[in-house]
Design a protein around this ligand. Sequence first.
Ligand code: HEC
Ligand code: HEC
Length: 111
Amino acid sequence: MIKYWLRAFTCVAFSLFTLTAYAENDNFTTSHFSGSGNCAQCHDNLTDTSGNDVSIVKDWGTSMMANATKDPLWRAKVATELERNSHLSSVLNDKCSKCHAPVANYEITQV
Ligand code: HEC
Ligand code: HEC
């Protein structure tokens, strides 16, 4: 059990740092997921009949959700929580990444 949490913590912490790289390269694929860049070829460059840009990936890319892992406020909050409660670091890393970095969390914990 401890080994599991240690592994999860190490992987999640590592992923949180490397996810920025994923954000730069949105054409990535993992065993369960695909980056939004792989959807853009069909779901971007779309306009409605009035010529308005209704590209789905572009719209999503600026959302809170798309930036949940890169958000500096979130990163700062996780860092202060980890500093204050270092004995709960594995719980915090798992809890916070479950929603804010779900791809990394899922890949690490659900293999
Ligand atoms: C090769 C072109 C192509 C690619 C690549 C593609 N899609 Fe699609 N997608 C379509 C088409 C065409 C439809 C509409 C199908 C229909 O209405 O019958 C669609 C529909 C959808 C819908 C349903 C939208 C709705 O309002 O019902 C979702 C969600 C979706 N795609 C997500 C994705 C995601 C996520 C990716 C990338 C992982 C992706 N698509 C990649 C062509 C593509
Ligand atoms: C159940 C899903 C979930 C979990 C677990 C979760 N969050 Fe969130 N968090 C969200 C959502 C959704 C938002 C955006 C809320 C909004 O925009 O109204 C958010 C927003 C935030 C924000 C505000 C970001 C901003 O820029 O406004 C911070 C900070 C934050 N979360 C920190 C954390 C921390 C720290 C943890 C772990 C202790 C955590 N979250 C766990 C779903 C979650």
